[in-house]
Design a protein around this ligand. Sequence first.
Ligand code: AMP
Length: 214
Amino acid sequence: MVKISIALSKGRIFDETAPLLERVGIRPNDDPERSRKLVLATNRRDVQLIVVRASDTPTYVERGGADLGVAGRDVLAEHGGEGLYQPVDLGIAACRMMVAVRKGFDYAGAVRQGARLRVATKYVNITREHFAAKGVHVDLIRLYGSMELAPLVGLADAIVDLVSTGNTLRANSLVPVEEIMPVSARLIVNQAALKTKRAALQPLIDAFSKAAGR
Ligand code: AMP
């Protein structure tokens, strides 16, 4: 029997992938939010789930630690996504990657004047490319979370982060000023596995595509 493993991260990705898995006919035997197990068996003897950090999903799938995975476009773009096949936009965990500044900060003016912007983000690669394409000089400040704090304490002029409802920005007196990209989660596939395990993987990819209404 050909074994297939699917890499998923806890939280939003797992929560929004679970109904798709259900439609595909895959049910984990343990609840990943409660279990400490990192490898979860499922009702299908040939399918297991592995629980990884969201930003590690592309690495696991690219290097064959898992055959399939679900990762946000933000994570894939930051990682680079080389060696990954991305056959299905699952349309889940949708949000937008935005540049945001403190209310009252003249972003357009700063850009027009060619000011050097201090930008805090965990998406340093995407941010570097975005501002380089605009011809804006930036000092990148790498943070690992709570980016919204940086402009409030004078650490940065702007942040690059994901925005869904906008509540987090509003609660911290920040305003979105520019969209970098719309984000949703994609099914990703190890390219070698797609060749060696095609008979097992292709039906699953097709089922995910159908479950996502694509
Ligand atoms: P919101 O307040 O609804 O705009 O959500 C913003 C916060 O949730 C920020 O801290 C984001 O990093 C995070 N966030 C929003 N949407 C997503 C998503 N699809 N995936 C991961 N994090 C998200």
